[in-house]
Design a protein around this ligand. Structure first.
Ligand SMILES: CC(C)(COP(=O)(O)OP(=O)(O)OC[C@H]1O[C@@H](n2cnc3c(N)ncnc32)[C@H](O)[C@@H]1OP(=O)(O)O)[C@@H](O)C(=O)NCCC(=O)NCCS
Length: 310
């Protein structure tokens, strides 16, 4: 895939998702175009890991790979409706898997809608096994809200000069969550492609929690922000306080940039993260299932918000 393919891939993706949503709803649904900014960021980060399938010079399929250290995942992933069931999807998925393995990923997975039989057949027959349900939750951001009252939790915005230290911290915290997990690509994309903000929780000058919030949607593309990543050092006794401090700050940044809602995603291994989100006025908007092809994966720590979905 090249930057010149991005617009055609977005058009094709909009067609594929409108088709699947219309079948699901039993009526015509028009899906929005995915913003160009995020697709360009994926391609910028993994130029060798984003693929298109072409027929007669037109883009008829696209897939995007993400390298998080030893963990690799794929998404979004779509084939134009008129070209589905011809093996194009399998071909694109195989290209992503080859790239991820070559990039050092030992655990390969993705997330999809658990109620679409075709998707389940597609992935399970390609060697993926169901791992865990992931929730998509939303909070409406009120005009008047309480601020972060917990003065012990100092959350600040990362500056350009912090980048190397922040990348190191994300890698260090990630390795405690799961050996080899390195989500620094999310920070790099957000900073270099201007997708939103990176916020830090520090104690004694050491970064112990990081949140990445995407606010890049233009108003006509959506009135929401998306909490892409929230991680807290799983060994901290005060992890819950840091989690809420980071969450509140991400909400404030979103509100200040004119957003009306904020989305977050996370797997449900125990009810605890969901209970925390419920207590912070989040409600469920949807769910996906995570599927894993290679390797075993189990996160340490419960104050984490992220998913393998693009
Ligand atoms: C999922 C998707 C990428 C697959 O692409 P594709 O090019 O159609 O995939 P392939 O042709 O390689 O394989 C399709 C498989 O699904 C099977 N299939 C088709 N309809 C099916 C149904 N209703 N139930 C079960 N299996 C079905 C086909 O028979 C084929 O399997 P087989 O080779 O074992 O016979 C494509 O359907 C798509 O873009 N969907 C909309 C967006 C989406 O859901 N993306 C995935 C998000 S994670």
């Amino acid at each position: 895939m090249t930057m010149n393919d991005v617009d055609e891939a977005r058009r094709m993706g909009q067609e594929a998702w409108s088709d699947v949503a219309s079948r699901d709803a039993g009526r015509k649904v028009v899906y929005p175009f995915r913003p160009r900014k995020i697709m360009e960021a994926y391609l910028w980060r993994e130029p060798e890991g984003c693929f298109v399938a072409e027929k007669d010079g037109r883009v008829v399929g696209a897939a995007y790979s993400h390298v998080w250290g030893r963990i690799g995942w794929v998404g979004p992933f779509e084939v134009a409706p008129a070209h589905q069931n011809l093996g194009i999807g399998k071909g694109l998925l195989a290209e992503c898997e080859t790239f991820l393995k070559r990039s050092g990923c030992e655990i390969i997975g993705l997330e999809t809608m658990p109620h679409i039989p075709k998707n389940l057949h597609f992935y399970i027959s390609q060697g993926y096994r169901p791992d865990i349900l992931t929730l998509i939750v939303e909070r409406v951001l009120g005009a008047r809200e309480e601020v972060n009252e917990n003065r012990e939790i100092a959350v600040r915005e990362a500056t350009a000069g912090d980048l190397a230290v922040v990348l190191g911290a994300v890698k260090r915290i990630g390795a405690k969550i799961f050996p080899g997990l390195d989500q620094s690509a999310e920070v790099e994309m957000t900073v270099h492609r201007d997708l939103g903000k990176v916020l830090l929780w520090e104690a004694n000058d050491v970064i112990i929690g990081v949140v990445v919030v995407h606010t890049y949607h233009r108003l006509e593309e959506g009135d929401y922000s998306s909490l892409r990543l929230l991680i807290v050092d799983p060994n901290r006794m005060d992890g819950r306080d840091g989690f809420h401090g980071l969450l509140k700050e991400a909400e404030r940044i979103s509100r200040d940039s004119g957003k009306k809602r904020m989305f977050a995603r996370f797997p449900v291994r125990t009810p605890s993260t969901y209970e925390e989100m419920l207590g912070s006025s989040y409600s469920i908007k949807g769910a996906n299932i995570r599927l894993i092809k290679d390797g075993e994966y189990l996160e340490q720590g419960k104050y984490l918000l992220f998913s393998w979905a693009g």
